[in-house]
Design a protein around this ligand. Sequence first.
Ligand code: ZN
Length: 130
Amino acid sequence: MASWGKRRTPRPPRSPIYADPQHHANKKHWQAARLPCARCRGWIDYGGPATLTTRTGRKVQNPRRLVVGHIIAVDIARRHGWTMQQINALTNTQPECQNCSNRSGGQARVRKVQSAALVRKAVANTSRAW
Ligand SMILES: [Zn+2]
C-alpha cells in the first residue's frame, strides 16, 4: 500500500472482522450478486481494479469498487455484545461502493474508538502516577 500516497496518520491495524473467512464468503456472494450500491444505488465496478492511476501517475482508490459494508456497524454491534459470527452474518452485510464506504467511515470510526481508548489509557496512567 506504499503506492497509496502520503497518509497523515498511520493506517490502523485491520480489524479481525476482515480476517474472518466469513467476510471473504460474503464478498464472494455480493461479487456474484452484482447489485447496485446499497447506499447510493449507484453502479459498482465489479470487474474493476482496486486502484486507478491518474494522468499524473498517482494511484487513487477506485471510487466504484465493491466494499462489503456492515448494516449494523462493527463497533456498534460489538458494543451490543454481538459475536463475530453475528457481525459477519451475510444478513448484516450489504454491497457498497468505495465512495459510500469511505463516507460511512468504517475505518474512521475505528480510528475514533482507538484514539478514545488511548486517551482513557493516558488518563489512567496519569492518575496512577499520583
Ligand atoms: Zn454508493
